[in-house]
Design a protein around this ligand. Structure first.
Ligand code: FAD
Length: 466
């Protein structure tokens, strides 16, 4: 997160439209955090003391979420000043790393030891613990979201003690995608693959009809694929494939996909933008951590000013959902910088957006003008409504909370887990209180209010409350 200064007062705004007068904002600058106290710590011991003493506390990761999920009504803790640790267990093919490490640093470290992470998000600047907490994902038909690599998580509990949750234990599937509500993650243990090399190719002008008709052939064409479009009157896609070098049996990639020719140079997802910030394309072989993210760690990614939303639906519905979006394509174009279509394998993590279903994600990088974007977000949500979309936990959405809750069959179990591990709701905030309920009524609650219905938060870019 860029240094936007330290907060000097608890004043601020959780509105997705602007930071209000808070000097501490998220990466995009559209959320001003409003904690009572921002607390960067220099050691884990200090973190444990701060946690034990606080009545309310949340952790700020790298601040890349677009809504107020990371905000705190009490202490906002940052661990990112502590030197991260990485310990590789080659025999078990696992890495144990500090939660606040970035995927860029972790990808590099495991590569140097002869290993690879199974996937990456579009940019590697994000923290591992923060990404796992929100169910962040890359793309790949057979690749689960980033949280599916978790073998264990170590939390600081409300009393300052360390609690470890390992794969195979009863609480595990509920604890991995946790929205920051189960404690402070100090360390993550992730599964490793043997290091592998990849090649990335871009194709121009994939017709919309071809994308719909051949969706399965396209997304299964490589280890990871992405389709990008800016919508408009006659939308088409840029199609990216990321293949394992070992899987590439022919000396050259296909020269075209359903009429879309291999690009004659490197591409940025947004047509016309300089691709210098993008990872190597045109089939140049390189390690997985330098091909799976779209953006290089040494560049500020994307086009700059932006907001983001993403909706995840059953991949069996991908062709119909694409058609539903095409029907509103001209409404989208004026406020969309770029959209991306990615796939993920189903998983069993209770609050994962890919829980129980192979998934396709429809991502929207919007212009940074919340007032113009909000109604169009509603257009997208209406278009996708019959496909039971699950919004990305770290991005903007306006779907009513009751609908979101109904998309997650284990939501009630997650609430029970949260009530058991954090009965005083130390780790709650407005976002979690509105989603999970409970006794906590926080800083943006209406004075005198006593229940979920009284909270007027725009945490999710939320307009459901009057
Ligand atoms: C330019 C850009 C590109 C993106 N691309 C993708 C993409 O390709 N795929 C995708 O799925 N998402 C993507 N995202 C969204 C991003 O991955 C998520 O918002 C992710 O949560 C960001 O991680 P973070 O560390 O910044 O988390 P934050 O936003 O800081 O926090 C997110 C949540 O995690 C909690 N948290 C953070 N650290 C800890 C900890 N140590 N212990 C306990 N809780 C913690 C916070 O309290 C909060 O609830 C993108 C975002 C941006 C800005």
């Amino acid at each position: 997160m860029p240094d936007r200064g330290s907060p000097t007062s608890p004043q601020g705004s959780s509105s997705p439209g602007g930071p209000g007068d808070s000097p501490l904002t998220n990466w995009a600058g559209n959320i001003g955090f409003a904690p009572e106290r921002f607390e960067p710590v220099a050691s884990l011991e200090a973190a444990r003391e701060v946690v034990a003493a606080a009545s309310r506390l949340r952790v700020l990761g790298s601040g890349h979420s677009f809504n107020a999920i990371a905000d705190s009504p009490g202490v906002l803790l940052s661990l990112s000043g502590i030197e991260p640790e990485v310990v590789i267990d080659a025999e078990r093919r696992e890495v144990r790393a500090s939660g606040w490490i970035t995927y860029a640093a972790l990808g590099r470290a495991v590569h140097e030891a002869g290993f690879a992470l199974h996937n990456f998000a579009s940019l590697p600047h994000i923290s591992v613990a923060g990404s796992i907490a929100t169910g962040t994902h890359g793309s790949g038909d057979r690749s689960g979201n980033l949280a599916t690599a978790v073998a264990a998580l170590e939390f600081i509990d409300a009393d300052g003690e360390i609690r470890t949750v390992r794969r195979g234990e009863p609480d595990f599937a509920g604890s991995v995608v946790h929205l920051g509500a189960l404690g402070v993650v100090t360390a993550v243990t992730l599964d490793l693959l043997p290091a592998f090399e990849m090649r990335q190719y871009a194709y121009d002008g994939l017709g919309f009809d071809a994308a719909v008709a051949h969706f399965d052939e396209l997304t299964s064409a490589a280890y990871s694929t992405s389709m990008f479009t800016g919508w408009g009157a006659d939308p088409s896609f840029q199609f990216w494939t990321k293949q394992r070098a070992a899987d590439q049996t022919q000396p050259f990639p296909p020269t075209q996909w359903f009429g879309a020719p291999l690009a004659d140079g490197p591409r940025h997802p947004i047509p016309g933008v300089d691709p210098a910030a993008c990872t190597e394309q045109q089939g140049r072989t390189g390690p997985a951590h330098e091909r799976l993210p779209h953006f290089r760690p040494e560049f500020t990614p994307s086009a700059g000013e932006e907001l983001q939303s993403e909706y995840l639906v059953d991949r069996a519905d991908a062709p119909a959902a694409l058609e539903a979006l095409r029907a509103v394509s001209e409404r989208l174009a004026p406020v969309v910088q770029i959209s991306e279509v990615r796939t993920m394998a189903a998983d069993d993590l209770w609050l994962s957006p890919a829980y129980g279903r192979d998934t396709v994600g429809f991502h929207f990088t919007w212009v940074r003008d919340y007032e113009s974007v909000q109604p169009v977000m509603g257009v997208v949500e209406e278009a996708l409504a019959s496909f039971t979309p699950r919004p990305h936990w770290g991005k903007l959405f306006t779907i009513p909370i009751a609908e979101i809750r109904s998309q997650y069959p284990r939501m009630g179990d997650f609430e029970k887990l949260r009530d058991r591990v954090d009965p005083e709701e130390k780790f709650t905030n407005d976002f979690c209180a509105e989603l999970l309920g409970g006794s906590a009524r926080l800083h943006s609650a209406v004075p005198g209010g006593s229940g979920r219905s009284r909270i007027r938060v725009r945490l999710f870019a939320h307009s459901a409350e009057p």
